[in-house]
Design a protein around this ligand. Sequence first.
Ligand code: KG4
Ligand code: ZN
Length: 342
Amino acid sequence: MLVLGLETSCDETGLALFDSEKGLVGQVLHSQIALHAEYGGVVPELASRDHVRKMIPLLETLLAQTNTKKSEIKAIAFTRGPGLMGALMTGALFGRTLAFSMGIPAIGVHHMEGHLLAPLLSDNPPEFPFVALLVSGGHTQLMAAYGIGQYELLGESIDDAAGEAFDKVAKMMGLPYPGGPNVARLAESGDPQAFTLPRPMLHQGLDFSFSGMKTAVLNQYKKVQGQGRDADLAASFQEAMVDTLVKKCIRALKQTSLKRLVIAGGVSANQALRLRLEQELKRIGATVYYAEPALCTDNGAMIAFAGWQRLKAGQCDDLSVTTTPRWPMTELTAPDVLATAE
Ligand code: KG4
Ligand code: ZN
């Protein structure tokens, strides 16, 4: 079955075609980075309007690039939440309406489940069960994943999300939005041991706190601003983030006795995090899995794939258009349970 995936939860318009037999057929992405850059962050109303403008041209590009006729699409998956209400509405309305006009099923997908399942699209996919570290601009969560829709929350950030901390540090250092990749780039030429930064809640459970770390970076930055030490500070911040994330992942693996770790979401594209996890997990006989960088940040492929997991169990939406801007992942259920319950 050929599934069209639509991602519009925030500042990326992502469309993709996933074939349940052949895998990912193709994807297109329009990033709104330039649109929001001058404001230093995402402006929700501008995001929604831009999704509306880009959706149809992107679909036409995707069909042309993959040599696909619209009539070959047999189902549509769109991001139902969590995310910005207006942005979600654009993809949900477009997807639900297009599916209705074509007489095919539509399904609203949980954005973070999309992220969590994206590594399953790689050449070396993980098997369930695994521990998942979800690290994006809005979420930092450790989950035990036992199957599709079977997620147990192990820990989460009590304040800023990991990506948000990267973005805020970038902003205070005058680096362009979005901050994560820019901080990571600057960190490459810095000394990660140059500054001693706190690692809040490092030895407590599986929750995270990044707000204090961000404030500590701000205090150091004020002291050394203009002294050519930005790369050292970026590297020290990244080191503190990586250190914290890795230690919590190892604790989660030990607590659950699981041997597989999946990292997903925008921050999982961070090379320093990947490298450290590979090294440290090898020591405890565990393995880390992640998606290729283009599938770590927001994209339509993960939505098409996550949608397919539920469509194949017979699950689909009715004709109402539902968006759920706040939607805990633990509210999801396994698709086969839903299919038989309906
Ligand atoms: O998953 P995502 O694309 O969107 C959300 O669902 O939020 O994640 C975006 C976040 C941003 O905060 C961005 O700065 C961060 O992921 N990010 C990174 C890297 N690439 C993206 N953070 C650290 N290192 C990176 N290489
Ligand atoms: Zn995301």
